[in-house]
Design a protein around this ligand. Structure first.
Ligand code: CP3
Length: 342
């Protein structure tokens, strides 16, 4: 398994091919997902290990990607400790009673994965058996991105309430982020114990912050998450969107691999990050909806910018859009495997 191209690239080593997987490879772009998914919310679906296993495997079987990602969501741990969060179809996480004051810290008790969300470990164990040589990626939300949902109560463009709390009550802010860091550490450690081969920390909305705010108010908690996983034998990926100006800080948090969206060309991102960290990305998911020659050109451009350096995991710069034709993703995998050098 340590020979798997995905894991070799995570370790910044040469691999027999450039590995590729897609964020949100499981989900609404796949007809077999829509057929299986049923009527409940995703938080109900993930509690069924057989269903979650099948959904996780669907894109692996269809695309021949080099890694699977657990079918779950970044709000599973906060939901499991009873904070009161749901995921609304087409919207994302929603919180009926958002985080407002120090009293709300009491709604974020420590996570006991075996008691609070035993289905996660069970799904991981089933998947490891089914996947054989294909590594399984576990994941959690970074403290900042999860906090933003708890504070805003739902998706938000500007995260104004979150920034107001960060700057208006830094002590409460850091207490909140510390609790969320603990939840992420416990959740990720239990996923690794159950058998995931690598973990990805999603700080999807970190790019809404200036480097100064990120460094002062987010980096300490995210660094704690990465440090809390350092003794495990699982590479750690750190991802966010519009993080071009934050890339060195995302690496500084302790990541082995930094995810890059499409706004910074891969060679420029490499320059900002230095040679010691691997990179994951960075095809614009919207380009997957263009005619194939344009897709192929964009894929080849990314491969050329990496220029054969080890430690490149091909991926999209953010999740697969629901309108994406699955055949396009299958062709991308084929092209990266045929032409990528590392
Ligand atoms: O292939 C995979 O990546 C599957 C696992 C996965 C899901 N969510 C399943 C999911 C992962 C890694 C996530 C992470 C996640 N969840 C993030 C970080 C990644 C990113 O996109 O930046 C975030 C911000 C969330 C919160 C969230 N959950 C959003 C914004 C949404 C979309 C709402 C929608 O319907 O458009 C969800 C729901 C969700 N999570 C779906 C899936 C497959 C789709 C809804 C469903 O089938 O009910």
């Amino acid at each position: 398994m340590s020979e798997a191209p995905f894991l070799q690239a995570c370790h910044n080593q040469r691999a027999i091919r450039v590995p590729v997987w897609f964020m949100r490879q499981a989900g609404r772009s796949l007809p077999e997902y829509r057929a299986m998914r049923g009527a409940g919310t995703i938080l109900e679906a993930v509690r069924d290990p057989d269903l979650a296993t099948t959904i996780t495997l669907q894109p692996v079987r269809r695309y021949g990607v080099d890694a699977a990602i657990l079918y779950s969501d970044i709000v599973v741990p906060v939901a499991a400790v009873g904070f009161g969060v749901d995921v609304a179809p087409g919207v994302g996480p929603v919180v009926a009673s958002p985080f407002r004051s120090a009293d709300d810290l009491g709604r974020l008790r420590p996570l006991d994965p075996d008691a609070d969300c035993p289905w996660v470990g069970q799904t991981v164990r089933q998947l490891v058996t089914e996947l054989g040589d294909v590594p399984l990626i576990g994941f959690a939300g970074a403290p900042f991105t999860v906090a933003s949902y708890l504070i805003e109560g739902g998706p938000s463009r500007d995260l104004a309430r979150s920034k107001a709390l960060m700057l208006g009550d830094p002590q409460l802010w850091h207490a909140l982020l510390d609790r969320l860091a603990d939840l992420a550490i416990v959740a990720l450690r239990s996923q690794v114990e159950a058998g995931v081969a690598a973990v990805q920390v999603f700080d999807s909305w970190a790019g809404t912050l200036s480097p100064g705010l990120y460094e002062r108010h987010v980096l300490p908690a995210s660094s704690r998450v990465f440090a809390g996983l350092a003794d495990l034998d699982a590479p750690r990926i750190h991802f966010g969107v519009t993080t071009g100006e934050l890339l060195p800080l995302l690496a500084k948090a302790g990541a082995d691999v930094v995810g890059i969206d499409w706004r910074v060309p891969l060679d420029e991102a490499r320059q900002r990050l230095g040679p010691d960290v691997a990179v994951q990305g960075n095809l614009d998911p919207a380009i997957c909806l263009a005619p194939w020659p344009a897709v192929a050109e964009a894929v080849r451009d990314i491969l050329a910018r990496n220029d054969g350096r080890p430690g490149h995991i091909f991926n999209l710069g953010h999740g697969v859009l629901p309108q994406t034709d699955p055949d396009t993703l299958a062709r991308i995998v084929e092209l990266v495997h045929a032409e990528g050098r590392s």
